[in-house]
Structure formats: C-alpha cells, structure tokens
Write a protein that binds this ligand. Structure first.
Ligand code: ADP
Ligand code: MG
Length: 700
C-alpha cells in the first residue's frame, strides 16, 4: 500500500483550492489517462519551460519596449470608448515623471477597471509594453497591483506547458498550489551523496523548481531539477534491480554441453565469426552454464550478424539435450530465420521446426508433438505464438528477436513470474550507452560493434520527388546490370490501409515500366502471397520489390543493393536506418535513394542530412535522441511505459551512472528495503510509481 504520507499528492487535482469539476476535467484530459484522473503529483512534476522576468523597471522611461515590462505609475485618466463605438477599446492613462503609458482594454468590464485603477492611485503594472504611433501602450496588463502587495509579485514567474482551456496564470497558480502540497518526506538519498552534489532536500527542491531565481533557472539545469531527476533515476534503477534479483532467484538450471554441435555448426559456416560474435557467444555460453537464469541483451546494428550468435546459443542447449525457441516479431522474419537456420541445424544433426499461426492441421499437430516429446530441438516462430503457451519437453533457452521494436522492459516485468528459462533478447536498436544503462539496469549486455568483413559502404542520396522519372531511370539501369532493388512506399498517416494503397499504386506504375520484374509485398496480403512474393525476390525472379515498411524487420537478400524510400521525410531516423540496413549486405556497392517531398521542415532536413553522412547506428541513435527525445527512440510512447518526468537522459548521464551504482549497493545491503533508508526508498518508489517492484518484494 502507498504510504499515507503521499496521499495528498495522489489525490485528484480537484482537491486543490480553485480547481472545480470543470477545470478538473480539463486537467484530466491533459495529465490523466483512461485509468485515472490527473493527480496533484502530476501537476507538481510539471517542469517550467521558462520564466517571465517581472523585475520592476525604476521608471517608465526605463521599461523595455517589446517585452514584458513592470513599473509603478499613477492613474491619471479613464477614456471610455466614444459613444456609439461599442467595439472601441476602453483606455486608461498612467504616468510617472518620465513618461506615460496607455493601458488598452477590449470588451472592458468598466466597473472592474474603475475599482482596480482608480484615478490618482499608484499601481504596479506588468505586461507587454509596445510602441503604437510613438506612444507607449500596453494591451490588457497581466498584473495590476496595489504597491502594498508588491512583494507578492515574483521577480521571475515560471511558465508551464499549457493545454486548451487553461491560461498561463491559472496554470501557474494550480501548479504552485500542487507543489505546496508536497509533504515532508523522509530523506531517501544518502546524506554524503547529497552533500557532495550540493543537492537540497526533496521538498526544498520542489519549491525551488517552481520558484526559479532567474530565467536560466527556469529553463535549465539547477540543483533542484537535478536533485529530483536523480530521485527519479534512482527509483527506476532500484525497481529494475529488484526485478532482476527476483528473476535470478527463480532458480535456473545450468546448461552446458561438450561443444560438439557448436563445432559442427561453426565448421559449416561459410564465413569466419567476427571478434564481437565470438565474444558474445562465449558470454552467452558462460551465462547458460551457470545455475542462475540468463538475462542477456544482444545488441547489434542491422546486419551485424546476430542470428548466428543465437544459433550457437541454441546449439549449446541442444548439446545438453534441451530445447530452444527463437521468437521473431513477424511471420516473414520467422520464416526467413527458419529457412536460413534449417540447413545449418540439419548438418549438425539438429531438428528445427517452424511454428507460426499459419501452420495448421496435421503439420501443426506434428510440431506440437515434437516439442512436447523433445524430438524437436529448436522451434522458430512468432512472439505471439509462444505467448499463448506451447508445451515443451525441456525448454532451456528463449531467444527473442526484437529487432527494433522494443518491448523488452515489459517483457522483463512479465518474465518476473515466468519459467526458469534462459532469455536472450536480440535488438537492432542501437541504444545510446546512457539509455541502455537506464533502461536495462543490470541486465547483461553483449554488443556486436563491428560489421562482418567485406561490407561495402552504402551511398545515400536525398532526391526531390519531383525527379521521380530520373529515379525510375536509375533503377532501370541498376536492374539491367543485375542488381535488385527495394522500393519502400510512404507511410501515409498512421493507417495500414492507406499505406497499402500507396504501395499498390506504385506497384502498378512500376509494372508499366518494368513488367513482371516487379513484385509487391505488404502487410495485408494473405500469408501465402507474402511468402510467394518474398521467395520470388530472394530467388531473383522479381528484381524490384515494392513494399510497405514490412521489410523493415530483418529481411536478408544479399543481392539487393538498391533501395528507394519514398517520402523519406515522413520516417524517423531509426526507421530509416533500419530500412537502409536491408541493403549493403552483399559484395556489391549499394545505393539508397531517399525521395522527399519538399519543402522540408528543419527536423526532416536534419534527419536526411544525418542519413547521408553516416551509417553508424550509434551515431544515428544519438542524433535521433537529440531530435526526438527518448521515448520515441525506444518506442515506449506506444508501449506505455512511463517517460522520464524530470530526468533528462541527454544531460544526466553522470546521475544515471551514480543511481545505478547506488541502487546496486542498496539492494545488496538491504534487499527487503527494511532499514530506515529502505523504508524511505519505498516512499520514493511509490512517489515515482515504480512500486510494481515492491509487490515483488512481498512475493519473494
Ligand atoms: P542481424 O544482426 O541484422 O540480424 P543477420 O544475422 O541477419 O544480421 O546477418 C546479416 C548477414 O551477415 C547474413 O547474411 C549473415 O549470414 C551474414 N553474416 C553473419 N555473420 C557474418 C560473418 N562473421 N562474416 C560474414 N558474414 C556474416
Ligand atoms: Mg536479424
């Protein structure tokens, strides 16, 4: 249960003074989701995006024109709209010894103005000051104060992200009211660390966050923001460490063999393993041989050769007489994995079977029986299939080929109660180092950083779609000289159906030029047709494959050395990189043509430039992060895991590393979170909603 000290923060926003049901609804839409209303804590963790400087100018003459100005002045005259001109503004003149300003009010509430700006009174006035036909004027001042209340005007007023239906002033007021609800929480950080970093206490930090001392403080990196960011990082690292420990506790089994099958596979490979592959394979075998469960991430850019690493892991399981599954994200990929691995497996005396939603009837039954009896050593299929649960004789290893789709974190959480199977997750998302650390905590990671030898760099060009005819001509010449080409069709909005329509249209158009050399592949084709289209391209019967982004994942046709991506400006960097990774796999030089429709926005232009400049997946991922933010790189926006509220992965790398070490040490010393600090850490986990991990504590 959530510690009651946090209750005020997790109450709905309508518990705040001044937030009625109507405003509450607007806030729910802004900060809540389907399962819960917006809460006080959601407001408290709103970060200011900047601040308005309301420091008073000594005189009207000194007040900045064109900016927010604050000054004291005496009210000298009211000028109502002339009779019969109801739409004309109401004007109030104010002055000091250096000059005057006309305050302008449209649709004025005259009675109210007479009260707040009585003639002869001194007032502090703040708002945007402008010059109108040589006269200083201010339309609708943002603040009009009695000088007695001057102290209530902050020198720097924080500005918050707004939503329709809530103005800046109201937002500031309710965020600050929420921040005032912050209780005196027990300190969960190490006192020595706080002192060294110069971090304030939590409550003090919250207060400082919402009362910036200057403009930079509101925008940038203050100790207050970093302190709370560190709290958030620590909460997440502890949660991950707890999950991880729980998983390790479910006893695994040591799996090791005599190396015979591995030797046979390695001798049958038509290439030498790279150093990275050797190292990854050795790490995996060492993990498997231990009695704890393996939980390892194999990270390698597209084309880095992850599949063979998986095969060597599965071979080790087979040597121990145990089974493995290889789960692919799509049916096409499952099939391709099965086709490519089967010959190698066979030569080594292993039985490999394919199991997807399309295997039906007797064939399917046979596979299921083989898995249950242990006759089949390796099962290849789609993720969905194995989530439904298939009975194995003795499953040792699950290899999850995530490619760039990134459900690992969820999978980890789910796996926390799962079977004692070794897990190897393969991802082609080149995760920037800082993020990998955040995301995986102490999950073990192997990285394939070099590409297999003999790869030729890919030449990438960005071309306006107005030059479509030239592009078709170039593709024609490439095909003439024996190359094969992918033609990737645009992502039309978020709709599968529209994507497909675009691909079909292009297919028809290219067929008119190239006849039956053109194939078509999209996600809505029946499985059998997809296979046929893929097979025709693999065997070279078709030379140009028009497709939607279904080819993004894993497809491997070494002879394909040209790729056209239409409307490249609509794709994210990571996606462009994944797509381009389909070429440059053979011995021929490859070309990627990014067709764009101008005019390009600055981000789209930056993306295309980066794509032209590099094919280093890590660099691309870093740039992507810079351009789009963390959630999108990891694909977490869709999968629903929380983004950081306060922490900034791009600048808080040092904090991340510290949080990770701190979390490890803490869990080692106080695995049940029972010490005084442990109790405070529980509050922290609830505060940042990483409390799933606490449930694990109880279960364990
Ligand atoms: P990914 O990491 O993208 O899944 P794959 O495993 O599909 O990459 O490998 C890409 C291609 O590289 C395949 O054709 C594979 O046979 C080949 N390959 C893998 N390892 C090596 C190597 N060490 N030397 C040469 N080619 C290799
Ligand atoms: Mg792959």
């Amino acid at each position: 249960m959530r510690p009651s000290i946090l209750d005020p923060l997790f109450a709905p926003t309508t518990t705040l003074g001044g937030v009625g049901p109507k405003l509450g609804k607007v806030l729910d839409r802004f900060l809540g989701d389907e399962t819960r209303p917006a809460r006080v804590v959601d407001l408290m963790f709103q970060l200011p995006t900047g601040a308005i400087d309301r420091r008073p100018s000594p005189t009207i003459a000194d007040a900045p024109i064109g900016d927010v100005a604050t000054f004291a002045a005496r009210v000298t005259e009211h000028r109502p709209a002339p009779a019969g001109k109801a739409k004309a503004p109401y004007r109030v003149l104010v002055e000091d010894e250096t000059g005057d300003v006309t305050l302008v009010f449209f649709h004025a509430d005259v009675r109210h103005l007479q009260q707040s700006l009585p003639i002869g009174a001194f007032r502090i006035i703040s708002g945007k000051l402008e010059l109108w036909e040589g006269m200083r004027q201010m339309a609708h001042p943002e603040r009009i104060l009695d000088p007695k209340l001057a102290d209530t005007l902050p020198a720097f007023e924080p500005v918050y992200p707004l939503t329709e239906g809530i103005g800046a002033r109201v937002m500031m007021r309710i965020v600050q009211a929420a921040a005032e609800r912050c209780p005196d929480v027990p300190e969960w950080q190490d006192a020595g660390f706080l002192a060294k970093a110069g971090f304030p206490g939590f409550r003090e930090a919250v207060e400082a966050l919402h009362h910036p001392a200057d403009r930079q403080a509101a925008e940038g990196d203050t100790v207050a923001r970093r302190r709370i960011g560190y709290d958030e990082l620590l909460a997440s690292q502890i949660a991950l460490a707890l999950v991880r420990r729980q998983q390790k506790k479910i006893a695994g089994r040591a799996t090791s063999g005599d190396g015979g099958i591995r030797f046979r596979i390695q001798s049958a490979l038509p290439f030498e393993l790279t150093e990275g592959q050797r190292k990854a394979i050795a790490d995996i075998h060492a993990d498997m041989a231990k009695p704890e469960r393996m939980l390892r991430l194999l990270q390698g850019d597209v084309g880095s050769g992850k599949t063979v690493v998986a095969l060597m892991a599965m071979a080790a399981a087979a040597e121990a007489g145990r089974q493995s599954v290889l789960m692919a994200p799509t049916e096409i990929l499952a099939r391709q994995h099965a086709e490519r691995l089967a010959p190698l497996a066979e030569q080594a005396g292993l039985k490999l079977a394919l199991l997807t939603g399309r295997e039906k009837g007797a064939g399917r039954r046979q596979v299921l029986e083989g898995l249950a009896s242990g006759a089949i050593d390796i099962a290849v299929g789609t993720h969905a299939l194995f989530q439904e649960g298939v009975a194995f004789h003795d499953l040792a290893l699950a290899v999850v080929d995530e490619q760039h789709r990134f459900g690992v974190h969820q999978r980890l959480m789910l796996g926390a109660k799962g079977e004692a199977v070794d897990v190897l997750v393969m991802t082609a998302t080149p995760i920037p180092r800082t993020l990998a650390l955040t995301w995986f905590g102490d999950m073990d990671v192997s990285i394939l950083s070099e590409k297999p030898a003999g790869r030729k760099p890919i030449v990438t060009r960005a071309i306006s779609s107005e030059r479509y005819d030239e592009v078709v001509g170039a593709i024609g010449r490439a095909v003439e000289s024996g190359a094969q080409a992918y033609w990737v069709c645009p992502l039309v909005q978020e709709s599968d159906t529209l994507d497909v329509a675009a691909a079909q249209e292009r297919y028809v158009a290219l067929r008119e030029v190239f006849g039956d050399k053109v194939g078509l592949l999209h996600g809505q084709m029946p499985g059998r047709d997809k296979d046929a289209a893929m097979a025709a391209f693999v065997e070279g019967r078709t030379r140009i494959l028009v497709s939607t982004t279904v080819i993004e994942v894993g497809v491997d046709v070494p002879n394909a050395s040209v790729m056209v991506i239409e409307h490249a400006e609509r794709f994210g960097l990571a996606q462009l990189h994944q797509l381009r990774g389909r070429i440059g796999r053979g011995s021929a030089a490859s070309t990627c043509l990014l067709l764009y429709k101008g005019p390009l926005g600055p981000i789209a232009e930056a993306r295309l430039t980066i794509m032209r400049e590099t094919d280093d997946g890590f660099r691309i991922a870093e740039e992507d992060l810079r351009l789009r933010g963390e959630g999108e790189v990891l694909g977490t926006k869709q999968s629903g895991s929380p983004d950081w509220r306060i922490a900034r992965p791009e600048t808080d790398g040092d904090l991340l590393a510290a949080a990770r070490d701190d979390a490890r040490l803490l869990i080692e010393r106080d695995p049940q979170l029972e010490t005084q600090r442990g109790q405070a850490i529980r509050v922290l986990l609830y505060l940042f909603e990483r409390d799933v991990a606490i449930r694990l504590l109880r279960a364990g």
